[in-house]
Design a protein around this ligand. Structure first.
Ligand code: KG4
Ligand code: ZN
Length: 346
């Protein structure tokens, strides 16, 4: 193997991610330089069921994990013995899926005599922004929008978070997936709605933008989803043909307006200059464009990861793990999967 010269001061982390439907491993140097980022997606497997089947996800992770880890080391041109630490997502996520990564990480770290660092999946998503934005550092405001989470968070320092808003029901990505299924676009719905919306009129239909009394930074997407379903049923009953592109564009416009509006007001109220987005929905082209424009108008700096770093991957786990490692965080050999792990808790 073409072994790299490892300098004393550099921190090399082998990171593993298996919380949902991607089996992923990466080697990250000093939290910001990705030496490899291998992702084995299970989308093809789950598509036939219209969503992630947890039991199948766990089995597929078991099948793929060793190969993905081997590839990540190979691509980085490094051996396990050259790593400084092994990091792994231990929550939140599907318990059976998380366990596969956690067990693999524990075995590798124990076998190689390396420290183990358990990472929060959402801290990983946020930290994806460090990879391509070397100047970005906390404090900043982050909108996290994925299939399972919708949060507005102030990252006060590395590993320190204040959650100022969250969804009361469906996550933003979940709303995309459910609406896509209802109009027959299939799974995962987000990228398909994104594409269809480009051909549609975002003002063709008027869908609700839910506000939550007394909680200006919370979100609710279940009413919007129901409004779309009601519209579809009504049109079907009337025997009208539905323009899927217009519907996708109008639904997406409603989600984007709410996400951008609340993020900008929070940045203003808390006096924060740097706005960051993260999670699978952060790769949505309309959200990126609208947030960029709004931040420009308000004189705020806007950061987002490349699409491949928005959806689940292990490079983001390696980035988060670096700062935890530097703070002295180490996990024990009793590290377990925590399916409902809270952000900022250990
Ligand atoms: O972050 P992620 O890979 O997994 C979770 O941690 O949940 O996010 C997956 C979610 C799915 O709901 C998917 O439909 C959505 O992100 N997504 C998108 C786009 N790409 C992925 N939603 C809207 N527009 C996109 N381009
Ligand atoms: Zn995720």
């Amino acid at each position: 193997m073409n072994e790299k010269k490892v300098t004393e001061e550099s921190v090399y982390i082998l990171a593993i991610e298996s919380s949902c439907d991607e089996t992923a491993a990466a080697v990250v140097k000093d939290g910001r330089e990705v030496l490899s980022n291998v992702i084995s997606s299970q989308i093809a497997l789950h598509t036939q069921y219209g969503g992630v089947v947890p039991e199948l996800a766990s089995r597929k992770h078991v099948e793929k994990i060793n190969q993905v880890i081997t590839e990540a080391l190979l691509e980085a041109g490094m051996s396990l013995g050259q790593m400084t630490a092994v990091a792994v997502t231990y929550g939140p996520g599907l318990v059976g899926a998380l366990l596969v990564g956690v067990s693999a990480a524990k075995a590798l770290a124990y076998g190689a005599g390396l420290p183990l660092v358990g990472v929060h999946h959402i801290e990983g998503h946020i930290s994806a922004n460090f990879i391509e934005n070397p100047e970005l550092a906390p404090p900043f405001l982050c909108l996290i929008v994925s299939g399972g989470h919708t949060h507005l968070v102030i990252m006060k320092d590395y590993g320190e978070f204040e959650i100022i808003g969250r969804t009361r029901d469906d996550a933003a990505g979940e709303a995309f997936d459910k609406v896509a299924r209802a109009i027959g676009l299939g799974y995962p719905g987000g990228p398909k709605i994104d594409r269809a919306a480009k051909e549609g009129n975002p003002h063709a239909m008027e869908f609700p933008r839910a506000k939550i009394e007394g909680s200006p930074y919370d979100f609710s997407f279940s009413g919007l989803k129901s409004a779309v379903l009601n519209y579809l049923n009504h049109e079907k009953m009337m025997g009208n043909e539905v323009n899927r592109n217009d519907l996708a564009a109008s639904f997406q416009n409603s989600v984007v307006e709410v996400l951008v509006g609340r993020t900008i007001s929070a940045a203003k109220e808390y006096g924060i200059q740097d706005v960051v987005i993260a999670g699978g929905v952060a790769s949505n082209s309309a959200l990126r464009a609208a947030m960029e424009a709004a931040c420009g108008r308000e004189g705020l700096r806007f950061y987002h990861p490349s699409p491949v770093l928005c959806t689940d991957n292990a490079a983001m786990i390696g980035a988060a793990a670096y700062y935890e490692y530097k703070k002295g965080v180490r996990s024990g050999w009793d590290l377990n999967a925590v399916p409902n792990l809270k952000l900022g808790e250990r």
